[in-house]
Design a protein around this ligand. Structure first.
Ligand code: AP5
Length: 208
């Protein structure tokens, strides 16, 4: 959990690699559906471009299907889900049916200004999806991915007005979910400022 730009995707990937479980990002799955031009993608695009949440039933459906895949058998890290109380309750029910309750919920906390700086400078490879940042993690060539040489682009929803809108949606819709998990004793709050490695060490120290 965390505001847009808190570093959820960055830390989820590092942790998933370290502990050998799958990384499930609802944002990545929706963007992939948009790239492929599927019906789901066309529906999601209308919301995502405006910085709004995609309807609960759509997102719950894709997470439910993804969790059935064999690579989720030994555990998973959810990134960007749940984002509403309805999604959190649906996840509780789904995991109760599987007899697999959540181990931990991590909240990465960064000040709003820092998150906006991170998002405004984020660049994503159109080929392999690797992330970089124009100031904090600049690629060797401004328009090329260091990993695969693909083209780098700004995400549609990383324009400043849309970023601010996403932040407001987070405060309104997602912040109440934190109380749901705090009440269940599952919430680990992690200071998200500093380098990626610093944050990664805090994540490891917090959840083992
Ligand atoms: P999603 O893709 O989940 O976006 P988000 O939550 O807005 O989060 P971001 O991906 O923007 O940020 P992040 O916290 O992952 O940070 P990152 O690691 O990339 O969702 C997009 C949209 O999809 C939503 O608006 C909604 O429409 C829809 N959606 C998705 N899930 C949904 C759901 N469950 N329900 C309904 N709708 C849903 O890092 C950001 C930048 O900072 C990068 O450039 C990175 O390199 C840099 N960075 C990271 N860590 C550091 C550090 N420590 N120091 C310096 N720079 C850093």
């Amino acid at each position: 959990m965390g505001t847009p730009g808190a570093g959820k995707g960055t830390q989820a990937k590092l942790l998933a690699d370290r502990v050998g479980v799958c990384h499930i990002s609802t944002g990545d799955m929706l963007r992939d559906a948009i790239r492929r031009g599927t019906r789901l993608g066309l529906e999601a695009q209308r919301y995502m471009e405006q910085g709004l949440l995609v309807p609960d039933d759509v997102v719950i459906g894709i997470v439910e299907e993804r969790l059935r895949a064999p690579d989720c058998k030994h555990g998973f890290i959810l990134d960007g889900f749940p984002r509403t109380l309805a999604q959190a309750r649906a996840l509780d029910e789904l995991l109760a049916r599987r007899g697999e309750p959540l181990t931990a919920v991590m909240l990465i906390a960064v000040p709003r200004d820092e998150a906006i700086r991170r998002l405004a400078g984020r660049r994503v490879c159109d080929k392999c999806g690797a992330m970089s940042h124009v100031a904090f993690d600049p690629p060797a060539r401004a328009d090329r991915c260091d990993r695969c040489g693909g083209g780098l682009a700004q995400r549609e929803d990383d324009r400043e007005d849309t970023i601010r809108h996403r932040m407001d949606v987070y405060a309104r819709e997602t912040a109440p979910v934190l109380e749901h998990y705090r009440g269940a004793g599952l919430l680990h709050e992690i200071e998200g400022t500093g380098s990626r490695e610093d944050v990664s060490r805090r994540v490891a120290a917090s959840v083992g």
